[in-house]
Write a protein that binds this ligand. Sequence first.
Ligand SMILES: Cc1cc2nc3c(=O)[nH]c(=O)nc-3n(C[C@H](O)[C@H](O)[C@H](O)COP(=O)(O)O)c2cc1C
Length: 313
Amino acid sequence: MFTRAESLPPHFNLLAITPQLFALERTRDWQAAALTCALSYEGLQASIAQAETEYGKKLVVPGYPFAGFTASGEQVLEWAHKLTDSVEELKHIFAASRKKAAVGFLIDRRSVSPKRLGLPGPQIEDIDLMTEAALAAPDHGNLHPWRLLTFAPHQRQALARLFMEEKLRRDPLASRADIDRAMEHATRSPVLLAFIVSLQERKNIPFREQWLCAGAAIGNFLNAAHQLGFGGILLSGDRCFDPLLKEALGVGHHEFLAGFISLGSIAMAPPPRRKPPAQRMRSQWESVFPNADVPVPVSGAAEVVSKGTGNPA
Ligand SMILES: Cc1cc2nc3c(=O)[nH]c(=O)nc-3n(C[C@H](O)[C@H](O)[C@H](O)COP(=O)(O)O)c2cc1C
């Protein structure tokens, strides 16, 4: 580790002379080094002379052509390398933490269960922003195969009744506590939305891709809620498959009730989530060809490209 206090004279500006020393080390030629540093030969000589005065010893063997560094010069060069390496390492550390900060809100997002949510809930403008984020999710064909259903505060009891009826259809012997829990899901969180997947018949965009797009939209929606400072969660459950509830909510036969999104302020923070390390989520493909430099059949490759569905604009 480089420690300036131990070895360098206090007025010696190591950082200032480092580029010139490195240029001389690399080229071992006064003229070429001067060119590298955008200096004249005299300018380079003057800056070395100034560094030698600051240091109190000769750094470069006097004379022309360049005859190498003195023992002190070699020592200073070694310090310069250590200093540069440390600066590079610090730059790396800062860059890595800047990058992590940039995606930090995505890494930190957690679902927040309705019992941890409180007032105030998001306003309609906030929900519009979340929806804009959802609309920005990757979407093959720009189909946006989903829609949101909002529930006005004065409709939440009516929704709770629908949840109760659905619970009783599924479990006619449900206990009072179970029924209350089902109804509570309709009323508990400050804001509740239904997320409906609305697939569209398209020749080139199979349903499985539309499901992926809808999932990406949910992800963006919840990320936006988190970034706006709200807690949110998507919960599905058996009720989402109930034909009568779906009908009462106006979910068409061709549509799917994916779940209900609860939103609100975070009254109680959720515990941190255990996630696998990112590296465990990837593996590297190895070609079966023993030689990595397999020639690519150019005409064949061109044919494959021309058969593709085309690149986005
Ligand atoms: C489509 C979908 C449906 C879900 N349905 C339920 C559900 O019915 N019950 C439940 O406990 N969690 C459900 N979850 C999971 C929660 O929304 C949440 O993602 C999970 O608790 C993990 O929390 P995290 O988002 O903080 O990692 C569902 C998630 C998705 C994406």
